[in-house]
Design a protein around this ligand. Structure first.
Ligand SMILES: NC(=O)c1ccc[n+]([C@@H]2O[C@H](COP(=O)([O-])OP(=O)(O)OC[C@H]3O[C@@H](n4cnc5c(N)ncnc54)[C@H](O)[C@@H]3O)[C@@H](O)[C@H]2O)c1
Length: 316
């Protein structure tokens, strides 16, 4: 099959591309190499793919290229391109989020209207739930995003739904809960914590450390995305959590154990837009996608630590 992967040079997109290429697929890989984090990290993510005959890289912004021709030659779209990051989505930078997360999604969906896609899979987020009063978060929970980023992810999810309803584009939205593992984005907590430990610097924790997150290992996320091609029901949303909800403060001793080093923690004020808890109810993904997260938190963290030690932290 032929695939379009947007955000292909990013953390999750590059893992998906590597798996698809291993499985013999042809990929049109679209990425604008935005400056949210260093371009060299993204280039590194896809280094092993760029010369592969089945990997066609288009280093361009979705909003600036003609998409119809691309849509006509692919069977499945994985739409992962976005401006990530909750804390940076305030103020004048919000327009970066509306452009990359909402406008770009709308443009892709417009281009998909006349194509014969088997599936259009959208990378949504737990951030659509906001400060959910009810835990675990189910797909039917109230959606009140708590950050401007979350608002844009929900808007794009709604666009996917309405293009499904009006034009029959077989959209499936997958709500990822804090993804981690080798290649994790440099702004994300585990990546920053490991890097601090490696460099002998103190760890900065926002808030009191009692906030919880449902952490999902990258391989489990990729597995669920692939399963969605056949098993995701068009027009539906699915939570993808890792089944390992933990307090941030309780994870630091686990990191120390993995790294075999002690660390100092500095607690600073909580950040605007950060939710207190995330916790995914994943029964729907279990039923439809046959999804069962397989990688336990400690095992996943060990593989992220192994990876962190191989990269040039000076560049990050
Ligand atoms: N990482 C997580 O824990 C997490 C959690 C929930 C949802 N998500 C979603 O998953 C997707 C991938 O996240 P990630 O962590 O890999 O982020 P990432 O920043 O590593 O990857 C996103 C990629 O999209 C590209 N991009 C952004 N705007 C673009 C545009 N207009 N045109 C072309 N390319 C563009 C960027 O250059 C980047 O390489 C995003 O949609 C994100 O919102 C991620």
């Amino acid at each position: 099959m032929n695939y379009l992967v947007t955000g292909a040079a990013g953390f999750i997109g590059s893992h998906l591309c590597k798996k698809l290429i291993r499985d013999g697929a042809h990929i049109v890989a679209l990425d604008a190499f935005t400056d949210f984090y260093s371009r060299s990290i993204k280039e590194n993510n896809i280094q092993s793919l760029v010369n592969h005959p089945h990997f066609e890289l288009i280093p361009a912004d979705i909003l600036e290229i003609e998409l119809n021709e691309i849509m006509d030659k692919v069977d499945v779209v994985f739409h992962f391109a976005a401006q990530p990051g909750v804390r940076t989505s305030w103020g004048t930078d919000f327009s970066i989020y509306t452009k990359n997360n909402i406008d770009a999604t709308q443009k892709l969906l417009e281009a998909a209207k006349t194509s014969k896609l088997k599936k259009f899979i959208y990378a949504s987020s737990s951030s659509v739930y906001g400060l959910s009063p009810k835990l675990p978060m189910t797909e039917t929970s109230t959606l009140h995003p708590y950050s401007p980023y979350g608002v844009t992810k929900l808007a794009a999810e709604n666009l996917c739904f309405l293009y499904y309803k009006n034009y029959g584009i077989p959209c499936v939205s997958l709500r990822f809960f804090t993804v981690y593992g080798p290649g994790q984005r440099p702004d994300m907590a585990f990546h920053k914590f490991f890097k601090s430990i490696l460099l002998g610097e103190e760890i900065t924790v926002f808030g009191d450390g009692q906030q919880t997150r449902d952490f999902t290992f990258i391989d489990d996320i990729i597995w669920a995305n692939l399963s969605s091609i056949e098993n995701g029901r068009a027009g539906e949303n699915y939570n993808l959590g890792g089944g390992t909800r933990k307090k941030l403060a309780d994870i630091i001793p686990v990191l120390e154990e993995i790294c075999q080093r002690k660390t100092k923690i500095r607690y600073v004020a909580g950040q605007k837009g950060d939710v207190r808890h995330t916790f995914a109810e994943i029964q729907k993904a279990k039923d439809d996608l046959k999804y069962t997260p397989k990688i336990a938190l400690e095992e996943g963290l060990r593989s992220e630590w192994d990876w962190i030690q191989t990269i040039n932290t000076e560049k990050i």
